[in-house]
Design a binder for this molecule. Structure first.
Ligand code: MG
Length: 386
């Protein structure tokens, strides 16, 4: 029985994780659930999975949750200290890191420091602090298993292979909702248009990032850390059907792909059960229903974010953290209807230009760069609005 703690239990990945756990009660139990402000859903999750520890965003929501619960749970914690304590909770074997955005970094690092294996869905952990997190993981003997569909695919395609025989990684991208839109159409797009993802049901931030292709840029950076390969050996291919989740090309000419229906419960179950595989008959891929698998070159004109992300990664240091933070602020402003679609990437680019990169060996420098980027991005947004 593997004891699983979930950071971000009420989000899209968190809910899917609990769905997988509920179907395999002999394999998994839930040790803690950490959510934000959705106490109504958290209440249901607590009553169904009986965690020993729960965490919410703040004291007010802790109080609200207490009032909602019919029978008391062992402990309700709140705030950054609460997330940190849950991440280090002794009765956990694996932590699912699924808090959205940069808020997921510190609890994940705490879990690694406490020697917990990680099922990693939070991209920011490696994008911002890949060097710090991986060093700590190797010191503590921690396994970090990817949850993101692309990274799970690459991880599976690399299993048992000699890293020296890898020629390149081919990361697939769905292309998002604007794959077939003109630049003019995209320019006029509103949040509701960008939130209509054709294949995947995900949180708002990731869905907007899929529309700009920034999501793919962040995934390239993440893959570079995960698989210890320079970004120059990672190519992005647009694959609108989202059936091939990514590929690895080897020096002998072989290309190994991992395929499956686009459902996050498949890569989640792989991470939870690693190194084993669960019996799940509900996610079968019907090859006769996917006879047209297409692969296209990404269009850097309509989707400049991808190129910006590659540049930030090549500079390295704190640049990827700045890229990520500026993007978070810009996406927030776009969802709020304050700025246009292409403003997102412009804000990110301007913020990067204003940053003097520092070394990424120290978590405090990374957090400082993150703070700098947020403030700068907000300034730039003010300039656009006024
Ligand atoms: Mg992905």
């Amino acid at each position: 029985m593997k004891r699983i703690g979930v950071l971000g239990s009420t989000g899209s990945i968190g809910r899917n994780t609990l769905d997988v756990i509920s179907k395999h009660p002999a394999d998994f139990s839930v040790s803690f659930l950490a959510a934000g402000r959705n106490v109504a859903l958290l209440k249901e999750q607590i009553e169904r999975f009986h965690p020993k520890l729960v965490v919410v965003a703040d004291e007010e929501h802790a109080q609200r949750l207490k009032e909602l619960l019919e029978s008391p749970v062992a402990a309700i914690l709140f705030g950054p200290e609460g997330y940190s304590e849950a991440a280090r909770f002794s009765q956990t074997d694996m932590v699912v890191s699924a808090i959205a955005g940069s808020a997921g970094l510190m609890p994940t690092l705490d879990a690694v420091s406490a020697g917990k294996d990680i099922a990693l869905a939070n991209k920011e952990t490696l994008v911002m602090a890949g060097r710090v997190v991986l060093k700590r993981a190797s010191e503590k003997g921690v396994n970090i298993i990817p949850v993101d569909s692309e990274h799970s695919a690459i991880f599976q395609c690399l299993r048992g292979e000699d890293p020296l025989s890898v020629k390149r990684i081919i990361l697939t991208a769905s292309g998002g909702p604007f794959l077939n839109s003109t630049r003019e159409e995209i320019m006029r797009a509103k949040a509701k248009d960008a939130l209509r993802h054709p294949n995947w049901v995900m949180g708002k931030k990731v869905t907007i990032d899929s529309a700009t292709l920034m999501n793919k840029g962040l995934e390239v950076i993440e893959a570079s850390w995960f698989f210890d390969i320079p970004v120059t050996k990672i190519d992005v291919v647009v694959h609108p059907q989202s059936i091939v989740h990514s590929m690895v090309e080897y020096h002998d000419g072989s290309v190994i792909a991992q395929m499956g229906i686009p459902d996050m419960r498949v890569p989640i179950s792989y991470a939870l059960a690693y190194p084993n595989r669960l019996n799940q008959h509900e996610y079968r891929l019907n090859l006769f229903q996917c006879q047209n698998l297409t692969f296209l070159q990404p269009d850097y004109q309509r989707f400049p974010a991808l190129e910006i992300a590659y540049r930030a990664a090549k500079t390295g240091g704190t640049m990827p953290a700045v890229l990520n933070a500026a993007n978070e602020i810009a996406v927030e402003a776009f969802i709020a209807g304050k700025i246009g679609f292409y403003d997102i990437t412009e804000i990110v680019e301007k913020t990067l230009l204003r940053h003097k990169p520092m070394s990424d060996e120290n978590i405090d420098d990374i957090l400082q760069a993150d703070g700098f980027a947020r403030a700068e991005a907000k300034n730039i947004i003010e300039g656009i609005i006024n």
